[in-house]
Write a protein that binds this ligand. Structure first.
Ligand code: GDP
Ligand code: MG
Length: 683
């Protein structure tokens, strides 16, 4: 080693974790990094990026958990992130986590990694599961065929992790990776050779990509790469690819893409036949998972069982969460009192005291009361997910959701939205497809959450006592119908041409581990607490300021800035039948949390909530009341939901879009309801 090399601090070695979803990647990541983790986002996208440190014999490795994928094409954001990271960040080693009990499917990804020339070590995980199912794997034979080290592991028990680390460290030092060559058949191989030569003449391309890999991808119609080559003006390569494809199509009579995939599967099949021995008796062929599935995904029983499971989740979340909400509420009340008393004792001005006590502490409290139900809900969801049931739920709902242009997995987040939109939006993380995820996030606020209920109860209590239940039900239904329509519209106009093929697969059932479930719950819940704070505090402070300025006005009176804002806004709502400044102010406050609408009306009409029904009955009509409920349902999501949308889309643009479209839609619907009602003589 030269002196220059000694003087220069070495870059920290990077080890990337790659594997199918549910292969045990997160478990291995946790085994490797322990508590030394950092969670962020990949630049510019919604996908979570997890990093952690691993110390080994005086060296520190940086472990990066790549998104779980089945392939390294360009179909989904996850695939692209994983692929680009390997191509351009050039990690020193890649740990490919492979589910030993599901070798065939997992090896498809392994092959692609090897074709990219990644420095792979295979962590053959879940060997306990494989053993339990009488699958015996000849590990040396597998390693020999793949030409990379294969280390058996049981991530949940930390077995094999030491060996894995030692093997990876050795692999990094020796770095003797020889890209694996799947034989694609004489015709395709001929064309690949030609293309490789042409690619190598393009210095820029050859620097960026392994030539053979690029040639294969281009024959596979990889749109991303095609677009990039088009942009870079790599004409000769593109022309050669087009020619090769045409020629191969003529000779082989099939799309090249399909043949390449067939060849890969063929390679894997052969490999598995060689390296895997299955001891199976007739009874064992029907595994326990199959037996459970024959009941749970049964044509008639599937749906009732699913609804029962969801009902149980809701009971668990809200029955158990309610008393805890009360606890958080009273905790914040006492905190408010304490802070106020303390500040007064210090002689702080009244305005500052109110700002800190009512504004910041009160505002934060109104949002943090969501914590107990959110954590409980995520606990329940993590349990369902880790056990494998969630995949079945998606499977059962898939057909129905397809009619809406969505994936079966979108159903669960929407359902959760009826409880609270915040966890509903966060539950979209289970969706693989970026566009499905965005659509599900955008329409989630149309699911009428429990916070809207007090508003409905107040207004229906004043005007619709005879059929209160049906009127409230009609609002829930309106939300669902609008969600379907908007979902279709977004799919058609916002995500034109994006396709995301996705296999509906049913992993075997597993007994979830306590540690895994708690980690999953914590990962989801804590990110809400971390990120929601900033947005919410901003909104709270703004509204507090508007209610108290100019100096000396009564809180939120007609003379305050917010009162004046209400007066300015009121005419906008005239066509919807509720063009008073009180209604406008209530809607502005409702952005904090929808149930605040009721309290605000109470303050503005100068009555307690008990007298409010009478006050409403006096100055509203049934029609304007219904239009107002429609508005409350649809317009602008609450601050916590806005924060969740920002956090989950990782983009203010989508957040602004969600606010904008719901505001316009709410206004249009309220006006439609009011005007149509008047035409029908209901005014
Ligand atoms: P990821 O989605 O790929 O990150 O996979 P996870 O680490 O979340 O694991 C998925 C499920 O498999 C969890 O319920 C884990 O507890 C379980 N699991 C992970 N590794 C093993 C293993 O080696 N053996 C068994 N039996 N279960 C495992
Ligand atoms: Mg994971």
């Amino acid at each position: 080693m030269g002196i220059a090399a000694l003087a220069k601090p070495e870059r920290e070695k990077v080890i990337a974790l790659v594997g199918n979803p549910n292969s045990g990647k997160t478990s291995i990541f946790n085994d490797l990094t322990g508590a030394r983790q950092h969670v962020g986002n990949w630049p510019g996208v919604t996908v979570e990026k997890k990093e952690g440190k691993l110390g080994y014999q005086g060296q520190t490795f940086n472990i990066v958990d790549l998104p779980g994928t089945y392939s390294l094409g360009a179909y989904s954001e996850d695939e692209l992130i994983a692929r680009n990271f390997i191509l351009f960040d050039k990690p020193e080693a890649v740990i490919n986590v492979v589910d030993a009990s599901n070798l065939e499917r997992n090896l498809y990804l392994t092959i692609q990694l090897l074709e990219m020339g990644a420095n792979v070590v295979v962590a053959l995980n879940m060997v306990d599961e494989a053993r339990a199912r009488n699958i015996e794997i000849n590990i040396p034979r597998l390693a020999q065929a793949l030409r990379v080290p294969v280390v058996p592991t049981v991530a949940t028990r930390g077995e094999g992790i030491k060996e894995l680390v030692a093997t990876v460290a050795k692999q990094i030092q020796e770095s003797t990776c020889r890209p694996l060559k799947v034989n694609y058949g004489r015709e395709i191989e001929n064309e690949l050779d030609k293309l490789e030569q042409i690619i190598k003449q393009d210095a820029k391309l050859a620097m960026r990509y392994p030539a053979r890999w690029l040639a294969i991808k281009l024959l596979e119609d990889d749109e991303r790469l095609e677009a990039e080559l088009q942009k870079e003006g790599s004409r000769p390569v593109l022309e050669a690819v087009a020619k090769s494809k045409k020629q191969l199509h003529e000779i082989l009579g099939e799309e090249v893409e399909a043949i390449i995939a067939d060849r890969r599967y063929g390679f894997i099949n052969g490999l598995v036949k060689e390296a895997v021995i299955r001891h199976q008796t007739l009874e064992q062929r029907l595994t326990i998972s199959d037996k459970i599935d024959s009941v749970v995904t049964n044509r008639y029983l599937g749906l009732p069982i699913f609804l029962l499971a969801m009902w149980a989740v809701f009971q668990f979340t809200f029955k158990l969460g309610d008393p805890m909400i009360g606890l958080v509420e009273s905790a914040f009340e006492s905190l408010k009192g304490l802070a106020a008393g303390w500040l007064e004792a210090l002689g702080a001005p009244q305005l500052l005291t109110s700002f800190i006590a009512d504004g910041i502490i009160g505002g934060l409290g109104s949002v943090l009361v969501f914590i107990p139900p959110i954590f409980l809900l995520f606990l329940a969801i993590s349990l369902l997910e880790d056990s494998g049931y969630m995949a079945r739920a998606a499977y059962i709902m898939d057909r129905l959701m397809h009619a809406l242009g969505l994936h079966g997995k979108s159903f669960v987040p929407l359902l959760i939205g009826f409880g609270c939109n915040v966890p509903g939006i966060m539950a979209t993380r289970t969706l693989e497809s970026r566009q499905d995820r965005l659509i599900t996030i955008l329409i989630n606020p149309l699911m009428s959450c429990t916070a809207r209920l007090p508003v409905y109860v107040l207004f229906t209590g004043a005007f619709f006592t005879a059929n209160q239940g049906w009127v409230i039900f009609s609002l829930y239904l309106l939300g669902i119908v609008l969600a379907i329509i908007m979902g279709k519209i977004f799919k058609t106009f916002l995500f034109k041409g994006e396709t995301a093929p996705f296999v509906m697969e049913l992993p075997p059932y597993r007994v979830p581990t306590l540690k895994g479930t708690l980690i999953h719950m914590w990962e989801r819940g804590s990110s809400f607490v971390r990120k929601a704070g900033t947005v919410i505090v901003g909104v709270v402070v703004l509204i507090w300021v508007l209610s108290n300025l100019p100096l000396g006005v009564a809180y939120a009176s007609q003379e305050s800035l917010i009162g004046r804002l209400g007066t300015i806004l009121a005419p906008v709502f005239k066509p919807a039948g509720f063009g008073t400044w009180e209604a406008a102010v209530a809607l502005v406050f409702g952005i904090l949390a929808k149930e605040v609408v009721v309290g605000t009306l109470g303050v503005l009409y100068g009555v307690e909530e008990n007298g409010l029904t009478a006050a409403i009955a006096h100055s509203w009509t049934p029609l304007s009341a219904y239009a107002f409920m429609v508005m409350t349902l649809i317009y602008i999501p609450c601050a916590a939901t806005i924060a969740a949308i920002r956090r989950e889309t990782n983009f203010w643009g989508w957040t602004a879009f969600a606010i904008g479209y719901s505001l316009v839609l709410g206004w249009v619907m309220a006006v439609l309801v009011f005007q149509a009602g008047r035409l029908l003589g209901l005014g």
